[in-house]
Design a binder for this molecule. Structure first.
Ligand SMILES: [Fe+2]
Ligand SMILES: [Fe+2]
Length: 589
């Protein structure tokens, strides 16, 4: 007998039961189907039509087979016994995911709650075998549905296997359980009594974006062209002898080189760049760009270089850099959250005028508001371009720079930083460098805290630097939500090796602590650490509960900080948009 082909199975299913067949013939994944659809509609639809897409129009874009992929391949697993699958869908999500009724799920009267929303429960009996579930809808509703599963027979032991996506945990449905791995604090506060103890499949909020087509399209105000732009310096090796030059072009330019020479000489060197394509699928006017990184090495210390990014031919002042002089004098300038705001653009330029000798610039996380929106990074680079083409930009990740559990791929593609991160943290998300007599620990506190402790201790233990600084986004001490996990894991290490400044943001206000050790105020910064929170845009005006350890605090953003080292002396200022110093102090060793 000739077996049915996959195509004929689909046709038979489609003919008898409409679109509720769960055997798509396509081998494509949801991502591949949606990617392909984007490519098609960019060719066939105008920008206004893309922006006006609605549920009905979006559904018409897919073939029956693609429709089936979207209905069954977003989330899947196998069960060893017949089950009841419960889908918990937020009642605030405007449109019910199209596949739920189509695949035979029925809305029940059961509900569950967390402090943000109420979930209605849809159920379906499914035989032993494969269970395939669909996308979260075409709008990007962030409180993604979640799933519980129970055997139809009370005496059966349910085993889930072949989970897709594979990196997920199976928990037990109960009050107090978190649903979203990227928001562990958001726990269930009410569940239906009859579903208690069922096997619970949790998710990340970011998965809603996989099929985001309604209201999804964005434009960048600074699209790429064949001419290199967004030229930026970073360090991914010893700043005394190396620097990385990065830039972008449109996709017509496949290769890139940097020419450089010691200022005042004519001998030219060339470094060729690694190039890689970056995609922001919903960026209508600039979906793909090419990004380049050239690593310049074996530079001479205490030397000024000029460079140019080919095919440019004019050596100019805006593209030069200096390796560190052989002394222990320098300053650096840093900002709290900047959220790609033009306010940050203004204060960034002001800071560079006021302290033009700053050796580099940093932002303590939340550089943009959505780290996977390339148009926001484009704005950030536009504001800072005339400075960061001359001075390295050494930043850390905030919660907004990695989105809803989807990771920080765009941040990692955009910045070239040292790659020896702690085990369990993606390269470049946490890194360290030494500049003159100072050690900088640039830590990603969005990644797990505890697992980075040994790396942090190792960096501090092996450093002979006079000054030790740590920068990370979540401030361990703040009035709103103290980070007890950071206090527990990292503060004892900062105390042991006497870290001088811990710089952060996130709470959108300004605070400098008195010297602190073991969570208590001590008499001198020679003995304790200054914990500083700053803000690079307007602060939130609000009532703040007391912080007995605070030396200075206010709601006066945007601010920038300049930290000046002169051998054994540190001079610190925090400056507002009117160029007025709002806080200053010194440490002498
Ligand atoms: Fe923020
Ligand atoms: Fe934040």
């Amino acid at each position: 007998m000739v077996p049915f082909s996959k195509a004929s199975i689909f046709l038979v299913c489609a003919a008898f039961i409409g679109l509720s067949c769960s055997h798509p013939t396509s081998t494509l994944s949801v991502k591949e189907v949606v990617d392909k659809t984007f490519t098609n509609i960019y060719h066939t639809m105008r920008a206004d039509e893309l922006s006006a897409l609605n549920e009905q129009k979006v559904l018409s874009l897919f073939t029956p087979d693609e429709h089936e992929v979207l209905s069954t391949r977003h989330w899947s697993f196998d069960v060893n016994t017949p089950v009841v699958v419960s889908i918990f869908r937020s009642i605030e999500q405007k449109i019910v995911p199209f596949w739920l009724p189509e695949q035979g799920f029925t809305k029940t009267t059961l509900t569950a709650k967390n402090e943000n929303t109420t979930y209605e429960v849809w159920q379906k009996k499914i035989p032993a075998g494969h269970v395939g579930l669909g996308v979260n809808g075409f709008e990007n509703y962030t409180l993604h549905y979640f799933v519980s599963v129970a055997p139809q027979s009370k005496s059966a032991k349910l085993i889930l296997s072949n989970l897709f996506p594979s990196n997920q945990t199976v928990d037990s449905l109960r009050v107090g359980v978190p649903i979203y791995h990227d928001w562990e604090e958001l726990v269930l506060t009410e569940i239906p009594a009859e579903l208690k103890g069922e096997q619970l499949l949790t998710t990340i909020r970011g998965r809603g974006v996989e099929s985001h087509l309604i209201g999804a399209f964005r434009k960048t105000t600074h699209p790429s062209s064949a001419k290199p732009d967004q030229v930026m310096l970073t360090w991914s090796s010893d700043p005394s002898t190396g620097i990385d030059v990065q830039w972008r072009t449109d996709t017509t330019i496949a290769t890139g080189t940097v020419k450089y020479r010691i200022k005042g000489t004519n001998e030219e060197f060339t470094a060729s760049a690694k190039s890689y394509r970056m995609e922001d699928r919903v960026l209508m006017n600039d979906r793909y760009i090419n990004r380049f990184t050239a690593s310049l090495r074996n530079l001479k210390p205490a030397t000024t270089y000029e460079y140019l990014v080919a095919p440019q031919s004019q050596w100019n002042d805006l593209q030069s850099f200096s390796t560190p002089a052989l002394d222990n004098q320098f300053s650096f300038t840093w900002f709290g959250d900047t959220h790609y705001s033009p306010k940050f653009g203004d204060i960034f330029v002001k800071s560079a005028k006021t302290y033009p000798d700053a050796a580099f610039y940093s932002i303590a996380g939340d550089q943009v508001s959505d780290g996977l929106y390339r148009n926001q990074w484009d704005d950030l680079f536009e504001y800072s371009k005339d400075v960061i083409s001359r001075k390295p930009f050494m930043s850390v990740l905030g919660n907004h720079d990695a989105r809803y559990g989807l990771g920080a791929s765009m941040y990692r593609e955009l910045f070239s930083y040292p790659k020896d991160s702690p085990v369990g943290v993606e390269p470049e998300r946490t890194y360290a460098f030494e500049y003159k007599n100072a050690l900088f620990l640039m830590i990603d506190c969005v990644s797990p805290i505890e697992t980075q402790s040994a790396w942090i201790e190792n960096q501090l233990a092996k450093s002979k630097a006079t000054w030790k600084f740590a920068m990370f986004h979540f401030p361990p001490y703040n009035w709103e939500e103290p980070y007890l996990d950071i206090q527990k894991a990292w503060v004892p290490i900062f105390d042991k090796y006497h870290v001088d400044l811990v710089m952060g943001g996130h709470i959108h206000y300004y605070m400098r602590s008195n010297p602190m050790k073991a969570g208590k105020v001590v008499s001198s910064y020679n003995d304790g650490t200054a914990y500083i929170i700053s803000i690079g845009i307007e602060a939130h005006a609000r009532e703040m509960s007391p912080e007995p350890y605070a030396a200075v605090r206010n709601n006066e953003g945007p601010l920038f900080q300049n930290v000046r080292i002169n051998g054994n002396k540190l001079s610190y200022v925090s400056v507002n948009a009117e160029n007025k110093i709002i806080d200053s102090f010194e440490i002498k060793k």
